[in-house]
Design a protein around this ligand. Structure first.
Ligand code: MN
Ligand code: ZN
Length: 514
């Protein structure tokens, strides 16, 4: 039971998330199907469409050659030329999408290309002739394009009471014309879970904190049980019995109770050690007694993006029936100033038995993670353990919004994450750990303090976490710059990006499935 009633809007909306993530309908047809909607074709920087496109549409090459100079269109990658009512093609619009030189085309980011073309269709159905010059766009590549289009089409409009102007919306429907319909459909279905996992994570990050309390977050995570995930929700009584005092101390100033959710997907052999993912889920971070300045404080509804990623990832793994055992654990709390809130100077005894002097109540995420890391390695003996957290503003100073900060006690795991980052575009940059940095969080009164000062703030936060990690290969991802107020890209127009779902799905796929 919550100590307070659900926030105003919470009760009315229930569990239907389909109207939240606009789910673009995608279909596959043979190359020679009649286009329904705007026709999309691809050209290289010589302005020549692929052979199939030319055979199906005699006159296409000439149309493009005549229009291109007028519009100064040169076929560069991710640029487009629009022709209205092109003679002889029988469509309302022709959209010519550039893929650049042969060399560029060979290195195409297919997901971004799919996002780009979906962005050209605004409210209209599209028919994409998936014949891309200079490349072999097979089922995998087409599926990646479809994924990019779906992610681009995502909108969070739950609280808009007026209908959006279609002109600025996503495509009405998208058909990919391909050589092998069955193979393309199969490849696309394999990515359904990833698309849905990313959109679920975005939904959670975009939700306001009056709706998304720890309890409501836990309820939404519980819905994953429909996919065969075992979901266990620990309430304050259970957390207290376990000894998660550091996590509970963060939430004690809120009228809303804290929760920990443990999600288990068992797709591997019984004897396989699990891979573990741990997310910071501070549903709102006011800073507590060390209250934050008012400007931009509304963004702190996104301080649960690590937890959102873990839930989205579990959904992705279960949907595609990944052959792996995975544990996802999220710590859900609200950090508020109140007569019962923890104070600077307080000393808490963590689950590990180590004590922490609270210097700043706004450095709360690490307290939540400390108890979770300890619990997960103790109870599940994972083969690897990765935590994600919107942990420090300092990570934005270091890396802006282009990379997430990566810290690890294991070079192999770090290298695998860096490679998965390159493959998915969710890039990570490794920063150091070391005894010199560790010293910076020694405390006069307790085993450690919860901040190491301004210098190297992301590093000392990671050092703090490492004090709760034993021998298990572990990585910490500081996603404060990448997960919320995210850069707008071809595949993301959302404030909450769902960052990390694609990265970690890829990591699991490449290294931890049998
Ligand atoms: Mn904080
Ligand atoms: Zn925080």
């Amino acid at each position: 039971m919550s100590k307070a009633g659900a926030g105003g809007l919470g009760a009315d909306y229930g569990s239907d998330r389909h109207f939240m993530a606009s789910n673009l309908a995608i279909d596959f047809q043979p190359f020679d199907a009649t286009p329904a909607g705007d026709l999309v074709v691809f050209v290289g920087d010589d302005l020549t469409p692929g052979e199939v496109a030319r055979q199906l549409n005699p006159g296409l090459e000439r149309l493009i050659a005549e229009a291109a100079p007028v519009e100064r269109f040169k076929g560069k990658a991710l640029t487009a030329l629009n022709l209205t009512k092109p003679p002889g093609l029988g469509v309302d619009r022709l959209i010519v999408v550039g893929v650049g030189s042969g060399e560029e085309a060979a290195k195409l980011d297919w997901t971004a290309l799919g996002g780009f073309l979906a962005g050209r269709l605004s409210g209209r159905p599209g028919h994409v002739l998936a014949d891309v010059p200079g490349t072999a766009a097979g089922p995998e590549e087409v599926a990646q394009m479809a994924l990019g289009a779906r992610l681009r089409a995502y909108r969070f409009e739950r609280y808009k009471t007026k209908k959006r102007d279609e002109e600025n919306g996503p495509p009405a429907k998208l058909t990919f014309a391909v050589a092998d319909v069955r193979a393309a459909r199969k490849a696309a279905e394999a990515l359904d879970g990833v698309a849905e996992g990313v959109m679920l994570a975005r939904d959670l990050v975009n939700e306001p904190a009056n709706v998304l309390s720890p309890e409501e977050f836990a309820r939404r995570a519980q819905e994953l049980s429909k996919l065969g995930i075992e979901v266990e929700v620990l309430d304050e009584k259970a957390l207290s019995a376990l000894g998660m005092r550091a996590l509970l101390a963060v939430g004690q100033g809120s009228t809303r109770e804290s929760r920990v959710v443990i999600m288990r997907w068992s797709g591997g052999r019984a004897a396989d050690k699990p891979v573990a993912f741990i997310g910071k889920g501070v549903v709102f971070d006011s800073g507590g007694i060390s209250i934050k300045p008012g400007g931009g404080m509304e963004e702190m509804k996104g301080d649960m993006a690590g937890a959102a990623c873990v839930v989205g990832l579990m959904q992705a793994l279960a949907t595609r029936k990944a052959k792996v055992n995975a544990v996802g654990v999220v710590g859900l709390v609200e950090n508020m100033p109140d007569g019962n809130a923890q104070r600077p100077g307080d000393i808490v005894t963590t689950l590990s038995g180590q004590t922490v002097e609270i210097i700043n109540t706004d450095a709360e995420g690490r307290l939540v993670l400390a108890d979770l890391l300890w619990h997960v390695q103790d109870r599940y003996k994972p083969q690897i353990m990765i935590d994600l957290a919107t942990l420090t503003g300092a990570i934005l100073v270091a890396l802006a919004q282009e990379h997430a900060g990566l810290f690890s006690n294991n070079d192999e795991l770090a290298d695998r994450l860096i490679a998965a980052g390159r493959a998915t575009g969710e890039k990570v940059w490794r920063l150091p750990l070391g005894p010199e940095y560790d010293k910076m969080i020694d405390s006069k009164f307790a085993d450690m303090k919860n901040t190491g000062g301004r210098h190297g703030g992301s590093i000392t936060a990671a050092q703090f976490l490492q004090r709760f990690v034993n021998d298990v290969p572990w990585a910490h991802l500081d996603i404060a710059g990448t997960a919320m107020n995210a850069p707008q890209t071809e595949i993301n127009k959302s404030w909450g990006s769902g960052w990390g779902v694609r990265l970690l799905d890829r990591l699991v796929r490449d290294h931890y499935e049998r």
